[in-house]
Design a protein around this ligand. Structure first.
Ligand SMILES: Cc1cc2nc3c(=O)[nH]c(=O)nc-3n(C[C@H](O)[C@H](O)[C@H](O)COP(=O)(O)OP(=O)(O)OC[C@H]3O[C@@H](n4cnc5c(N)ncnc54)[C@H](O)[C@@H]3O)c2cc1C
Length: 419
């Protein structure tokens, strides 16, 4: 077998949103890098397929044209204007992302099958700075005596040895980069498991494509979701903490199908619905607490860094966002020829947690509060009667200081007293 040796500035393992985000911003900085991806695009990824405002933010910052491209393809992307929360007692609360929305305004978020979206991102990667290998099988990852990193992989009966001062783990939930360099174990408290199913002919979808989160009592603090996609397809799924699955011996598939068949709020909407693909599962590593996401010569991004929002289950936005910040950190490290744990912590971990640490902390608290169905029922009941409370909750999507209120007992006391 022929062996080819390559040297570059940074190696990225994985070309999902985290790897794509890193590559796009490395290209913008003119930094040569090599991407090693085990699949061939377009490839699927089990997901709810909902992209939030953070995804839109990173795309807009990279190239404002890209969002125009997305919103001009209704056959591939569905603009979404809000969320419907269904409390454990079955009462629902419609929350627009922008309560002051003017007609014709671009939606803050969208839904799109990952088969489409990840391929959209992948198509943006080719550049004079990015060398991309797909269908590549990584054989080993090691740190050399001179402090550089070496990755050996095979592709089409050829062996490649790539050397760089930095490696980026963008290889998702079961990250080989994380396992090689970080000796940590994901706690079951910070890990959820989800199932995804594609259906057609589900009825009573919101006219502005609000995504629906049904907090069913048997799934708390997880939920059942219904997310409308283009072409009359709907992404349906469940996400539950793995700790709960284990302790209650839950059969996730049975629980999801049971909700579709028997839940009084849901079953009539699936009366004529048809499953159009097989039901598939995947893990969700969540950012429940701050932990190291870099070390000597390596940086972790997206799911490899456990950055999924613990309340909403969103991970695409944080994958792209961490990719962007990772590229900025690489730029700094290369400029100063500093690849140590201490330098990368300052250049990457500290910057990332400064930007999204509070948001993750609030979501971790919200997830814990969701274990109390009465509290959820109470807030939804009150918000349905109070337009100002409903508007406050809407604004929480964009205003972090306002969202911080949700962590405080005084917020609930004020609702109780109608203030
Ligand atoms: C059931 C479910 C529902 C979800 N719903 C949503 C949602 O609605 N909205 C949302 O924002 N997030 C959602 N998420 C989370 C979201 O899917 C992830 O956070 C997101 O995919 C993370 O992107 P990533 O690039 O880090 O990882 P991935 O998307 O997993 O990409 C990793 C890439 O690395 C490649 N790779 C892996 N190992 C190797 C290797 N050894 N060598 C080379 N390449 C490798 C993979 O092939 C893949 O292309 C959901 C997750 C699940 C499981």
């Amino acid at each position: 077998m022929k062996t080819t040796q390559l040297e570059t500035k940074a190696i990225i393992i994985g070309a999902g949103p985290a790897g794509a985000g890193t590559s796009i911003y490395l290209t913008q900085a003119g930094i040569p890098h090599i991407i090693i991806e085990k699949e061939t695009f377009p490839r699927d990824k089990v997901c709810g397929d909902a992209c939030s405002g953070k995804t839109a933010f990173v795309l807009r910052k990279a190239n404002p044209q890209w969002l125009q491209e997305i919103f001009s393809q209704p056959e591939n992307y569905t603009p979404s204007h809000g969320i419907i929360f269904v409390a454990p007692n079955g009462k629902s609360l419609n929350i627009p992302y922008n309560p002051n929305r003017v007609p014709g305004e671009q939606a803050p978020g969208f839904t799109t099958p990952r088969m489409v979206f990840d391929n959209f991102l992948f198509q943006k990667l080719p550049s004079p700075y990015a060398t991309i290998f797909q269908q590549a099988a990584v054989k080993s990852i090691e740190r050399l005596d001179d402090g550089k990193v070496k990755v050996v992989f095979t592709k089409d009966n050829e062996t490649y040895e790539v050397i760089a001062p930095l490696i980026v783990g963008a290889d998702g939930d079961k990250s080989a980069v994380r396992k090689t360099f970080l000796n940590d174990h994901t706690s079951p408290k910070a890990y959820a498991v989800g199932l995804r199913a594609y259906y057609k002919d589900v009825t009573e979808l919101n006219k502005d494509n609000f995504i629906e989160l049904h907090f069913l009592p048997e799934m708390l603090p997880g939920y059942f979701w219904i997310f409308p996609l283009p072409n009359g397809i709907v992404n349906v799924g469940v996400g539950i903490l793995s700790e709960r699955i284990r302790s209650k011996k839950i059969n996730l598939r049975e629980q999801m199908l049971n909700a579709i068949k028997n839940n009084p709020n849901i079953k009539h909407r699936f009366a004529n619905a048809e499953l159009v693909d097989k039901i598939q599962g995947w893990g969700l590593p969540m950012g429940m607490e701050q932990h190291p996401i870099s070390g000597d010569n390596f940086l972790l991004t997206g799911d490899a860094a456990s950055l999924i929002d613990p309340f909403s289950g969103e991970g695409i936005g944080n994958a792209l966002y961490s990719g962007m910040l990772c590229a900025y950190a690489i730029e700094k490290a290369l400029a100063e020829k500093q690849y140590s744990r201490a330098f990368l912590k300052q250049a990457y971990d500290d910057v990332l947690y400064k930007r999204i640490g509070d948001e993750l902390k609030i979501s971790a608290t919200l997830q814990k509060l969701c274990r109390y169905p009465w509290l959820f029922n109470f807030v939804v009941n009150k918000a349905n009667k109070s337009p100002s409370l409903s508007k406050t909750i809407s604004c929480m999507f964009t205003d972090l200081d306002l969202r911080e209120q949700l962590r405080k007992p005084s917020f609930y006391a004020k609702i109780l007293l109608n203030r």
